[in-house]
Design a binder for this molecule. Structure first.
Ligand SMILES: Nc1nc2c(ncn2[C@@H]2O[C@H](COP(=O)(O)OP(=O)(O)OP(=O)(O)O)[C@@H](O)[C@H]2O)c(=O)[nH]1
Ligand SMILES: [Mg+2]
Length: 420
């Protein structure tokens, strides 16, 4: 059995005021790295005034970091910043160790955890896209390994270039192939979604930062049996369950993949596809871990990702979770200033579920849609209900039918389906 690799985590901060945040970010990176299967041996918050074009960190700082790596017997360096391929290569040379950046770790975690075929394809696509500009680095790795076995990195320069060219062609081909496969899976899913939408049941997607408790909430409400754990990205695939409210109204709840700060652009596309389902929901339930010291930043991140996915206009129910925890009490007060209309609950203790249901019922009432109906004059009672609850935009009489175009609450449109 090989022992777990030991990592040194590095995050940068600009001014002293940023230091506490930087330390929180290192905590989160440690969780990510742990999820990936690497031990954290040391964490380093590194002051950074100016980014060095070739090695990201300046010379003086790097010397200190290399020292840490040596004395702590570090195997891998993990950097919480976006470093470009050549900086990464240069850093590996300076450290004499593998240097991973945040994107690579997140990709790795996703790769390990993706279960459905579509999620796997999306991650593979992101991986290939990540690798292409880094072929040179991969090749450096290989020659270093070869050097330790065979003697002196036996490749000639020209051969390396040729190999990179070859690899690039292989990856390009793979890229095309993956894109094609994804297209097929996506069109299949669009068909499934179509049939669900026609069923007309209001859908709610539970979204939020990773580890907020989304799956726990879905399980508590519906016995969905979704896997949950105190690590990041426990969920990568969406799960949909029926949920019957106390007033017997049926809704669909969707559990989704969690968001994270500095989500690599490469992965936004992968997210987008696994989140399609959720993005088509009528209403979003934004779950915030109110006990987390970075709850506000996490909520902000969620909105940023929503924006990137063009879904920030959806109606949102804001929910503070984990209020059973002591830390949540003081945080909740601060959060409430930012999100005055919110529901507080505990998914594990099943406290506050009534309030969530009320908010759900209210949102269903608020939902509106435009419909075109043909109603027999004998059913005139329905027309007066439409007038009472909605807004008639146009009406016409054809024989003994009334033809109406109206804006009505969504719940009513389900009731009127037979007239559409
Ligand atoms: N104390 C407390 N812990 C909770 C509560 N809700 C969830 N948790 C814990 O928080 C951790 C994460 O829960 P998950 O349901 O996996 O979180 P998630 O949002 O689905 O996370 P990802 O799928 O990774 O995005 C688990 O260890 C849960 O037991 C709560 O109300 N109170
Ligand atoms: Mg989950």
């Amino acid at each position: 059995m090989s022992e777990k690799q030991k990592a040194l985590l590095i995050a940068a901060y600009r001014g002293a005021k940023e230091l506490p945040t930087c330390e929180e970010h290192l905590e989160e990176l440690a969780l990510l790295v742990d999820t990936f299967g690497i031990d954290t041996a040391a964490k380093f918050a590194c002051p950074l005034r100016k980014i060095d074009a070739s090695t990201y960190f300046g010379k003086g700082k790097l010397e200190a970091l290399v020292d840490v790596a040596r004395t702590d017997n570090i195997d891998i360096i993990v950097i919480d910043e976006e470093i470009n391929p050549s900086q990464q290569r240069n850093l590996e040379r300076v450290f004499g160790r593998t240097v991973l950046d945040r994107t690579e770790v997140i990709l790795g975690v996703f790769g390990q955890r993706a279960r459905t075929r579509e999620a796997r394809l999306q991650i593979e696509l992101a991986e290939v896209k990540y690798q292409i500009p880094r072929l040179k680095r991969l090749w450096t790795h290989l020659s270093r390994q070869a050097g330790t076995v065979g003697g002196g990195g036996a490749y000639l320069k020209g051969e390396g270039e040729k190999q990179i060219e070859l690899d690039r062609r292989i990856l390009d081909k793979k890229l095309d192939q993956l894109k094609k496969e994804i297209e097929v899976v996506e069109s299949q899913r669009a068909t499934q979604r179509g049939s669900r939408q026609r069923s007309g049941i209001p859908t709610f997607a539970i979204i939020g930062y990773t580890n907020a408790g989304k799956s726990t909430l879905l399980n508590a409400l519906t016995n969905a049996g979704v896997f949950t754990e105190d690590k990041l990205f426990a969920t990568l695939d969406t799960t949909t369950r029926r949920f019957v409210l106390q007033n017997n109204q049926e809704v669909l709840l969707i559990d989704t993949v969690g968001f994270i700060r500095k989500l690599p652009h490469l992965l936004v596309a992968a997210f987008k596809s696994t989140l399609e389902e959720a993005l088509h929901a009528d209403i979003l339930i934004h779950l915030i871990d109110a006990s987390h010291p970075m709850a506000e930043e996490q909520a902000k991140t969620t909105f940023e990702v929503l924006k990137e996915l063009n879904a920030e206009q959806k109606p949102i129910i804001t929910v503070f979770n984990k209020i059973d925890k002591e830390e949540a009490k003081s945080n909740a007060m601060r959060l409430r200033l930012v999100y005055p209309k919110s529901v507080a609950l505990s998914a594990t203790q099943k406290i506050g579920f009534d309030h969530l249901e009320e908010a759900i019922v209210q949102e269903i009432k608020n939902q509106r849609t435009q419909v075109k109906l043909r109603i027999p004059q004998s059913d005139y009672a329905i027309v007066s209900e439409i007038i009472r609850l909605g807004k008639i935009l146009h009406q016409d009489y054809i024989d003994d039918l009334i033809e109406i175009r109206a804006e009505i609450p969504l719940f009513l449109s389900h009731k009127l389906q037979k007239y559409q």
